[in-house]
Write a protein that binds this ligand. Structure first.
Ligand SMILES: [Fe+2]
Length: 277
């Protein structure tokens, strides 16, 4: 097949989308086709290899159910989820960076008082405090903002992964800022954990000799009237895997060191700046 024949084939395929009534969908579809053709051409893709790829994607789909989304995991481990987060953020200079939502968010966590611990079950981990102030991009405090938080226990699992072992409300909680924009969360130190690696996305990691661990982090979904939602993590500076996150979610600006505070508690400060809506 000549280069000219490639180009003519691609041109003909793209021409079939000219009447598409949805401009944005047409733009995305045409770009996907162009890149897929370029990809096949670049690696001189052979029939058996293309079929192996189709079988792989079929297995990814078959792994999905109500509780497992293997395509998201694949997207995460290829860095595409993080890229899309970066493209979506589009924030004002200086506002807090976002990162991946991850698969373990559960809505309607219990409301917790300022300074209350979100640890419900017994846990041997270090107790830590995360405190800070939520402001707008001008530095004005935002009162009544909510921080919907979730993280794993020292055993490595989120409550939603262990319904028979952990209380459903363990290490989940919604905190609110006071009039001065400040908040305070008590919890245990989050620990590194593996992304689910027992499916085809995990097989792809293994065949390439890649790891499947994420560094310890606490998730936050911050909401305030008049501001864009912020979905982010606070990463523990002393965690393993900080520079080998399987899903590429670490941002330097989100890494914090836990140190003893004036009361002798292991604490860190995580100030948050929200973008106006
Ligand atoms: Fe997580």
């Amino acid at each position: 097949m000549t280069d000219k024949a490639h180009a003519e084939l691609l041109e003909e395929v793209l021409s079939r989308y000219e009447q598409s009534p949805n401009p944005r969908l047409r733009e995305i579809t045409e770009a996907a086709i162009r890149h897929l053709h370029a990809f096949a051409e670049e690696v001189n893709l052979q029939r058996d290899e293309w079929f192996a790829g189709i079988q792989f994607l079929t297995a990814v789909g078959q792994m999905c159910d109500d509780r497992r989304q293997e395509f998201i995991l694949l997207s995460d481990t290829l860095g595409v989820s993080t890229l899309v987060e970066m493209l979506t953020h589009d924030g004002t200079e200086g506002s807090t960076e976002n990162t991946v939502l991850g698969p373990f968010y559960v809505a309607e966590s219990p409301r917790r008082a300022r300074g209350e611990t979100m640890l419900v079950d017994p846990d041997e981990g270090d107790r830590v405090v995360i405190r800070g102030r939520i402001t707008d991009t001008e530095g004005r405090p935002i009162a009544g903002a909510t921080l919907d938080c979730w993280q794993n226990a020292t055993a490595g699992f989120y409550a939603v992964q262990q319904p028979d072992v952990q209380s459903a409300e363990n290490l989940r909680g919604i905190y609110e800022t006071g009039a001065d924009g400040t908040y305070e969360i008590r919890t245990v130190r989050p620990v590194p954990y593996p992304v689910p690696y027992d499916g085809p996305a995990g097989d792809l990691l293994k065949v390439h000799g890649r790891g499947w661990m994420r560094p310890g982090h606490t998730h936050m979904w911050v909401r305030a009237d008049g501001y864009k939602d912020l979905i982010t993590h606070v990463f523990d500076e002393q965690s393993d895997y900080l520079h080998a996150d399987a899903v590429f979610g670490v941002r330097e600006s989100l890494i914090r060191l836990f140190e003893p505070d004036d009361n002798g508690e292991l604490a860190t400060t995580f100030d948050i700046i929200l973008d106006p809506r």
